[in-house]
Ligand binder design. Structure first.
Ligand code: DOR
Ligand code: ZN
Length: 346
């Protein structure tokens, strides 16, 4: 832990965010927009955001959920399917508000049924993205039920991702929400076209937290939390100053009754305190001086976007997270609900 009580950094961006749609937007978008300048908006709606037209309409709905006088730029993403055409890729490239394409293996997670059943079906689209410089964002888990859920990221990297990187060496790829030492090493050792986002929850918790004193569904996310050894590897790369690793919260709101049920949804909500949670991790690792690169520079650089100009200031002050937030007519249980966070944006 460092002695620093306050830190000012360039305004950060969130390179992996779920905000859902329609009546849910107004409760979650302001949390992100109060801290972050931009966010990569995940397209796993139902139905998914598979075209430029759908992405631009979704972007408008997000913008109309913003409080007045809030500047926030939602960076839109297309949802890759077996049938995504090269024409749609070209269209996406020509649209300034679309920044990437997301690859969900079919069945891997929330609203991924329309995802890709075999990445070979998408090779034409990937070739076009490689040619035009449009990044591929990857949910890196195999869906084979015979593969242990804790091994699905590693198996995906070896069996699916590695061949893709060999076939398309110039394709820009973000391996999203990495959770293992294996992923950290894979990205570190890859060429400069491969980067990764890291969530606050995978930096803060190992898998024990899901079972501490009983079953804790609010810590269930995908990829699932891993052992302590993996968490340590993620902290090491996040705080290393290596520009391949940057901030992506994967804040994924689900209503309370969809989490606390016999078959609960995967997802952890962290947008209410995202930068503060990262600050805790970096402080604990004595690496607060590395927070700005991770949160505010490396993602923009990878996406070829300008770095932000304003700043935010965080202070080492305890505050208590509410027990819940409103989520349309329902409730949303945030990460650290009712507990103390040691950093606060002022
Ligand atoms: O925990 C997760 N929640 N992982 C995902 O990949 C999807 C996300 C969601 O949309 O709820
Ligand atoms: Zn996600």
């Amino acid at each position: 832990m460092s002695q620093m009580r306050s830190i000012t950094i360039t305004r950060p961006d969130d390179w992996h965010l779920h905000v859902r749609d329609n009546e849910y937007l107004a409760n979650v978008v302001p949390h992100t927009a109060s801290t972050f300048s931009r966010a990569i908006i995940m397209p796993n709606l139902n139905p998914p955001v598979t075209s430029v037209e759908l992405a631009l309409a979704y972007r408008k709905r997000i913008l109309s959920a913003l409080p007045e006088n809030t500047a926030f730029n939602p960076l839109m993403v297309l949802y890759l399917t077996n049938n995504t055409t090269t024409d749609e890729i070209v269209k996406a490239c020509n649209e300034t508000n679309i920044h990437a394409v997301k690859y969900y293996p079919a069945g891997a997670t929330t609203n991924s049924d329309a995802g890709v059943t075999d990445i070979k079906n998408c090779y034409d689209a990937l070739a076009k993205m490689e040619e035009l410089g449009l990044p591929l964002l990857v949910h890196g888990e195999v869906t084979d039920p015979d593969v242990d859920v804790f091994d699905r990221e590693q198996v995906f990297i070896d069996k699916v991702l590695l061949p893709v990187t060999k076939k398309f060496p110039l394709l820009k790829i973000v391996l999203e929400h990495i959770t293992t030492k294996h992923a950290a090493e894979f990205v570190t050792d890859s060429n400069e076209n491969i980067a990764a986002t890291i969530t606050p929850h995978h930096l803060l918790f190992n898998r024990n937290v899901m079972f501490k004193g009983g079953m804790n569904p609010h810590y269930y996310c995908l990829p699932i939390l891993k052992r302590e050894m993996h968490r340590q590897a993620l902290i090491a790369v996040a705080t290393s100053g290596n520009q391949k690793f940057f901030l992506g919260t994967d804040s994924a709101p689900h209503a309370q009754d969809k989490k606390e049920t016999s078959c609960g949804c995967a997802g952890i909500y962290s947008a209410h305190a995202a930068i503060e949670l990262y600050a805790e991790v970096f402080d604990e690792a004595n690496a607060l001086d590395k927070l700005e690169g991770f949160a505010s520079f490396f993602g923009a650089d990878f996406y070829g976007l300008p770095r932000n100009t304003g700043t935010i200031t965080l202070e080492k002050t305890d505050w208590q997270v509410p027990d819940s937030y409103s989520f349309a007519q329902q409730k949303l249980i945030p990460l650290r609900a009712g507990e103390i966070i040691h950093w606060k944006k002022v």
